[in-house]
Write a protein that binds this ligand. Structure first.
Ligand code: PCA
Length: 326
């Protein structure tokens, strides 16, 4: 059975193909949103190879980076409906599914790798529960390096962002842009080069990683190291596809996923400074934010936290409390 063919036919017909899930002895196509050379994608490709090898080819997982099989914005739905058995998605882009998914994109809640890890530990159970209800299971999650502000002009305060076109990657970054008076548009990383070269985007918040992947220095000169948060990608599997596997195969995947998670966290941390160096080597001005900009970001962050707590309710507060207690 060729999963990719069923996938496209099902997609065209707008059908949820939850009945046609893969079983062991199958090929699993794994859509990824980010560039093949990005460490998340390389890590996922390694995970896919590890599973393929450890199962002796009984389950072949094939990674498709760069949004080539499904675009970033389509991957969650594709896996949920069984059009793809497995895939990777930026967790915080799923805020419309549940506010809990936005917890790792709240400004200044967790700004170091160690804190991001603690926040992941505190939130994983709640995220797993939400995914299970949607017929999904998280296999592993890996962070992006700390988020900073890219702009084509010097930015010394939030007010300097007024009227700038801002590329957002989720609802939280759109809101942040709005609160600075910038004009947000949601654009996937795969479409960044086009957005910046046509002037659709003049600024964004992202890691050095995405700026490096997209040669952002060809379009903007400034990156302010605001260290605002560390969002994560997660690899999810369709539960029906998962349940169709035998125990031995599931154990192999679980083990490969744990290895991929540890490898990915280590790689992200190792590369964080390297990316900054690359931005500078390519002529960008890389600086800490001015006191004014840092202060403006902090107060916007507080407002966003309050807005999030209103949406996320007692469950959200509970996760924040357990994060703060550890
Ligand atoms: N890069 C991704 C999400 C967070 C990051 O650092 C992006 O810009 O799309």
């Amino acid at each position: 059975m060729k999963f990719a063919k069923i996938t496209l036919a099902g997609f065209a017909a707008g059908l949820a193909l939850t009945a046609q899930v893969a079983v062991a002895g199958e090929r699993w196509d794994m859509p990824l949103a980010y560039a093949a050379s990005n460490y998340h994608s390389e890590n996922a490709a390694q995970f896919a190879q590890d599973v393929t090898e450890a199962t002796g080819g009984e389950l072949e997982i094939v990674a498709h980076p760069g949004g080539s099989l499904f675009k970033g914005g389509e991957i969650f739905r594709a896996v949920r409906t069984g059009q793809a058995p497995i895939g990777e998605r930026l967790i915080s882009a799923l805020g419309n599914e549940d506010p809990m998914f936005e917890i790792d994109a709240l400004p200044f809640l967790a700004t170091s790798f160690a804190d991001a890890r603690r926040l992941f530990d505190a939130s994983r159970g709640a995220i797993d529960e939400i995914l299970a209800v949607k017929g999904l299971k998280m296999l592993y999650a890996v962070p992006w390096p700390p988020q900073g502000l890219y702009a084509n002009i010097p930015i010394n305060s939030a007010a300097d962002m007024n009227g700038l076109k801002f590329r957002a990657y989720n609802a939280a970054t759109s809101r942040l842009a709005e609160l600075m008076g910038a004009i947000p548009t949601k654009i996937e990383a795969a479409e960044l080069t086009q957005a910046f070269s046509t002037g659709t985007a003049e600024s964004m918040i992202s890691s050095g990683s995405t700026g490096y992947d997209r040669k952002i220095w060809e379009h903007v000169e400034y990156w302010y190291d605001t260290q605002a948060w560390l969002p994560k990608n997660m690899v999810i599997v369709n539960l029906e596809a998962w349940d169709g596997l035998d125990d031995a195969t599931r154990n192999i995947i679980t083990e490969a996923a744990a290895t991929a998670e540890a490898r990915g966290w280590a790689k992200a941390e190792e590369l964080a400074n390297w990316y900054k160096d690359k931005l500078m080597e390519n002529g960008m001005t890389v600086e800490p934010p001015s006191d004014q900009l840092a202060g403006d970001f902090r107060s916007i962050g507080e407002q966003m936290m309050n807005e999030w707590l209103e949406r996320a309710g007692a469950k959200g507060q509970g996760v924040i409390d357990s994060y703060n207690a550890n």
